[in-house]
Design a protein around this ligand. Structure first.
Ligand code: GLA
Length: 398
């Protein structure tokens, strides 16, 4: 039977990253920066359509112990990858560079900062993380943002000190993920990692980058948010994600609008699209943006207990119209609902990854058991579980 995956405290994470740094590079780091993974409460596959999302930061973070260098050498090591040091120069870190995947996340932000005209030299960095890897909980963005926060401070760029600067830092991490890592993702994950606050969800408007905090105190309502990592194979670079994004962009072009966010009359838009698949994709995006607005309105009205049907509608739309769920994700939703959850849905990009269930705080164990049993019955591998609370954005921790 699974136990809940705990988040490291800042002291634990900082100690692990510092020890790995010292063991690898033989000195103490200049500092340690930590940045979180996320769950998105609702608003999926809307970010690259100029839409709305509603993430919270997880207490689970990636810790980067980092020191600047006077030359252009880059050396990175991680507890996530086979414990080999990757060493190269800043020139090796670029779009089309032949780098291991995790190195593109760890070092790519340095390329994006330099490409934006900022002065960044080489660095040594050691990464330690308790964000479950490849789980759809933004383990990649957590690495990028931890590295970017460290570089921002040791190279005195001053971006992390206010929200405008953090928005800029997030955008540069997205640019790195798109161009150096080759994953055509939107801005949800990096905004969640860099622009959230404890106890709040982040209403992110991807049309203009505007954000608003939405108080999200589950404990006060006697509720809990259970996250289930299905462990089903999950990858955003395998073409499926890119295909979804491309069909949205093609539909927007057909409709003569910059993004699907501009659709004000869904039926009229659907009538202009001949391709039935394009119609499905557009219907998901437009209805999902509306669900984010309804979800936020309910939470702000103190009606957190009423958001369940919106979560279910979101999951159904992602299953039927957007076609990004897998049987494991659908099973989490059905098992959690049968066990009495208020709502449940996949979170993140889909194609594997994680699902969330909004449940009574007293029902964590029973829901874990129900999902565990449902997975065993269907012959799926053992999932992993954690309980999410809205945590703080990334920052220096040592
Ligand atoms: C992944 C991407 C995000 C976003 C989600 C789906 O997590 O990295 O940019 O598109 O999928 O909402």
């Amino acid at each position: 039977m699974s136990t809940l995956q705990p988040a490291w405290t800042n002291a634990e994470g900082a100690d692990l990253a510092t020890a790995l740094f010292a063991e690898t590079f033989g000195s103490a780091p200049a500092g340690v920066w930590a940045s979180p993974g996320r769950v998105n409460l609702i608003g999926e596959h809307t970010d690259y359509n100029g839409g709305l999302c509603l993430p919270i930061a997880l207490p689970h973070r990636t810790f980067a112990a980092l020191s600047p260098r006077s030359d252009d050498v880059v050396r990175v090591v991680s507890d996530l990858a086979p414990q080999a040091v990757w060493a190269g120069t800043l020139d090796d870190v670029r779009p089309g560079g032949d780098l291991p995947g995790w190195v593109t996340y760890a070092a790519g932000p340095a390329w994006a900062l330099r490409d934006a005209g900022m002065t960044v030299h080489g660095f040594d960095a050691a990464f330690a993380s308790c964000v479950p890897l490849g789980s759809g909980l933004s383990s990649s963005a957590a690495i990028e943002c931890a590295a970017a926060l460290g570089l921002d401070e040791v190279y005195d760029l001053g971006l992390a000190t206010d929200d405008d600067g953090r928005a800029r830092l997030a955008a540069l991490c997205v640019r790195s993920e798109n161009l150096v890592s080759g994953a055509p993702t939107g801005g949800l994950d990096q905004a969640a990692s860099l622009r959230t606050s404890a106890g709040q969800a982040l209403l992110l408007d991807c049309r203009d980058g505007h954000t608003e905090p939405v108080p999200f105190d589950l404990a006060a309502e006697g509720l809990a948010l259970l996250v289930v990592d299905t462990k089903a194979p999950h990858a955003l670079v395998d073409g499926q994600y890119a295909a979804r994004r491309a069909s949205c962009e093609a539909a927007a072009a057909t409709l003569g609008i910059p993004t699907l966010r501009e659709i004000t009359d869904l039926d009229a838009a659907l009538a202009q699209l001949d391709d039935p698949v394009a119609r499905q994709r557009v219907r998901h995006v437009v209805t999902e943006i509306a669900r984010v607005e309804e979800f936020v309105a309910l939470v702000r009205a103190g009606r957190l207990r009423d958001v369940g049907p919106l979560m279910i509608a979101s999951h159904e739309s992602l299953r039927v119209d957007y076609e990004v769920t897998v049987p494991e994700l659908d099973t989490v939703v059905s098992a959690a609902m049968a066990a009495g959850a208020l709502g449940a849905r996949m979170t993140g990009g889909g194609f594997g990854g994680s699902a969330i269930a909004l449940i009574e705080a007293s029902q964590v164990e029973a829901t874990v058991q129900a999902v565990h049993d449902a997975f065993a019955e269907r012959g799926f591998g053992e999932p992993a579980f954690l309980v999410a609370v809205a945590a703080d954005a990334g920052r220096r921790v040592a």
